[in-house]
Write a protein that binds this ligand. Structure first.
Ligand SMILES: [Zn+2]
Length: 350
């Protein structure tokens, strides 16, 4: 650990030990928080995962819930959070949200039942329907068994070595960047080539990484899990035209309503950062009938937060309770001068 990293770590620990984060939270902690999670599983030792930062173990999930309650938060559904925001209710709330609808999200149910905690899962419908691949899942699958990554679609992508975990990490990031830069027809060619040359059915592989429709229907019948839309193709909406954005929002909403038989009132922007969500998207989300839409960053929910651009606080296994408390305090955003949601501040309906 370098001296400066050590100093930062010491300052963070001191802030929490002295309870300064709780004092800051009194002023800057807002109305509550929406926690962003993804995958729920303990990573076995010696397993290479492309995105270890997306995982939270069931034990860590339980610790998260306990910590939030101990810090004075009431764990509520997003419906309840929206109602509290509308009525200016000052009692602090926390919502748990899980992005992408991974199959391992089934593991959250025992924890939610035991702790009597509601949660929201956002689903990308096109992947569940085997129309759109999750490229990170496909690349991860290939890199687990290969010692080099070859993407056989022009424009040229030189083969990348992938023998060690560090090389696999680099090859993964590089390969994903390359695939995202391909044109849609080039990506279709890649899908075909993976199937014919390597026997990999990317659409099937991706769908199997996510909850199936019957699994979602079972979870939706419990008292603890709600579902929200996350688009059809998991595209960065800022780069689409307005009609395409409406289709992403409405088609995913209607597909979930059709398959689960419940109203879908909440949306999560794919990627959910400033580079992929423009001020246009919250307006469209409201017009498409969503009660809320969440970003992927930003800190606590403030009085002035827009319900259709709700900030979130990320949490994963690599995060400590110090990280969580600093994020809840609002200090982190203040220190970094990163309060993105002011760009989407609440506006009166037009
Ligand atoms: Zn996502």
């Amino acid at each position: 650990m370098s001296v400066s990293t050590h100093n930062v770590s010491l300052v963070r620990k001191t802030i929490v030990t002295l309870g300064l984060d709780r004092m800051a939270r009194f002023w800057m902690g807002g109305l509550g928080c929406v926690i962003m999670l993804h995958r729920v599983r303990t990573i076995p030792p010696d397993t290479w995962e492309a995105n270890p930062g997306l995982f939270v173990s069931p034990v860590q999930l339980e610790i998260l819930i306990t910590t939030l309650r101990r810090e004075g938060y009431t764990l509520v559904t997003l419906d309840e959070a929206c109602a509290r925001m509308r009525h200016g209710d000052r009692r602090r709330f926390a919502c748990l949200t899980f992005d992408d609808g991974y199959a391992d999200n089934q593991h959250i149910l025992p924890v939610l039942e035991q702790t009597r905690t509601p949660a929201m899962i956002y689903v990308t419908t096109g992947t569940v329907d085997r129309q759109v691949p999750l490229w990170d899942i496909c690349l991860e699958h290939i890199l687990r068994s290969q010692t080099e990554l070859v993407i056989p679609v022009p424009p040229d992508h030189p083969a990348k070595p992938a023998r060690t975990p560090a090389e696999k990490d680099r090859a993964f990031r590089n390969g994903l960047q390359h695939i995202h830069a391909l044109l849609p027809e080039e990506r279709n060619t890649l899908l075909q080539q993976l199937k014919t040359a390597h026997g990999i059915d990317a659409l099937d592989l991706s769908a199997r990484a996510l909850l199936s429709w019957p699994e979602m229907a079972t979870l939706a019948r419990t008292d603890w899990i709600s579902f929200g839309a996350h688009g059809v193709t998991h595209s960065p909406l800022r780069h689409l035209d307005e009609a395409q954005v409406r289709r992403e929002m409405l088609d995913s909403k209607h597909r979930l309503e059709e398959m689960l038989g419940i109203p879908i009132r909440h949306f999560a922007y794919p990627y959910g950062n400033w580079a992929t969500v423009s001020p246009r998207e919250p307006v469209l989300a409201r017009q498409c009938g969503f009660d809320s839409a969440v970003l992927s960053w930003g800190g606590p929910v403030l009085c002035r937060s827009n319900c259709h651009a709700l900030p979130r606080i990320g949490f994963a296994d690599r995060d400590s309770s110090i990280d969580l408390r600093l994020r809840l305090s609002g200090l982190r955003g203040w220190l970094k001068n990163a309060l993105p949601h002011h760009r989407y501040e609440r506006q009166e309906p037009q």
